[in-house]
Design a protein around this ligand. Sequence first.
Ligand code: ADP
Length: 468
Amino acid sequence: MKKKIVFISISLFSILVLICIQAFLISRIYKLESEKFDYRYRELVNEAMGKIMVENNSNGLTKSFYVLDRISNDLLIYIKSKKELDTLSFRGFVLKQFYGSINKYQDIDSLLKRYLKKNKVTESFKSYFHIKELRLLNNRIHFSVINGKSDLSLDSLACPTIPQNAIQVNHYLFEGNSFGIDVEYFVDFSHKKKEVLGQIYKSLFITCFSLIIVIGVFLLTLQNLLKERRLSQMKTDFINNMTHELKTPLSTISVASKTLENEQIYSNSEKVLETARIINRQNLQLTRQINHLLEIAKWEKNQFELDKKWVELEPFFKGVIESFKWDCKDKSVVIDEVYSFKCTHAFFDETQITSAIINILNNGVKYNRNQPHLTFKVSTNDYLQISVTDNGIGVNKESTKHIFEKFYRVHTGDIHNVKGLGLGLYYVDQIVKAHSGFVEVISKIEKGSTFTLNIPIDGKNQNTTSRG
Ligand code: ADP
């Protein structure tokens, strides 16, 4: 077990390392492709800018600078008339004026769009200006609004937020009559993410696919390991139970036969008879156990053939209950019977259904700490429904998922004291499935359980020979 835990831990660790490496590689590829995109588009837009300048004899900001010169002039007059104007809010106000006028009167965007369209490159982009440096000046006044160093409080007042993906494509240095400016021009291509992802999608797909396969194989191996562990546990339990089941009658037979060897007993014919009966009963018990195992083995090999017939319901079920009552006449079992038949006959294998019902009824008595009180209900609708409700110890929700598995026994409390091989319900489930039916179970710990066998009435869509 220790080896398995080490194996699982190493595999899990390796998978985590693999995921980290793959994530790192993908992020590197994304970064490289993103840089490639920026480089390509920066070159393209720079080339466009050069051509626009030549073709239009304008850098696209001429009109803005002309307007700003007039605004700066007015601002300088205002500055001259006031004192103590070097405040953050005034500088923010001036910057806002500049940003407003640049955006309003610039025609770089439209010229760039036209150029890109002509060259069949996507024209969907957003542009941003960033004023790095701004001075208002004339012969007498030199007022520095922003001096090239980043000023967070000023930026937050006036500067627009430039997205991280935006590419800086141009840089304008201008000295007018009453102001000097250094302004950067950014372009953000909205299709960048899509294009970059388009470039890396193959690597992304292969990575994800291989990771899914590795994780899938790991989970499958883990599941098999757990299953193997559970099966080995169940096998050990089965061997222990089996030994117990066979040893008990054998030792009783051994004691009884030793008693018969004692000559003194011959004078007491009643005791001889009693001992012979004990041997016979134990022999029957052994035969029943062995036959049960042989039957299960037959199911395993698909050799089992159902012998289905139209069976008259009422006498059949009453007969089953009568024989069960006879079997447990010493145990003071109370059985209520409720029958509700809409039809008189159903198509099934009498012997197999009888043994399935007896199995369920026996369990209701076996797994019970109280005086057993069983309710046996049979009704017919679309299905023939046979249900047994008991007032026993019940099964928890998790175990109800497994009780129909071969060799499964619930591992709690004193249930270990109850004899069994964990094959009864497996057998019941196989019989019902072979009739194209299904078994339902509702159970509550310490309250009891209801097992319902649902079997198609008319035997339609059923195969008569196989395990369903
Ligand atoms: P077994 O031979 O052990 O009785 P079964 O296949 O009949 O095997 O039952 C499997 C397990 O389901 C039992 O070990 C028992 O714990 C649980 N079980 C079955 N029937 C009942 C019931 N009526 N009430 C409580 N537990 C039950």
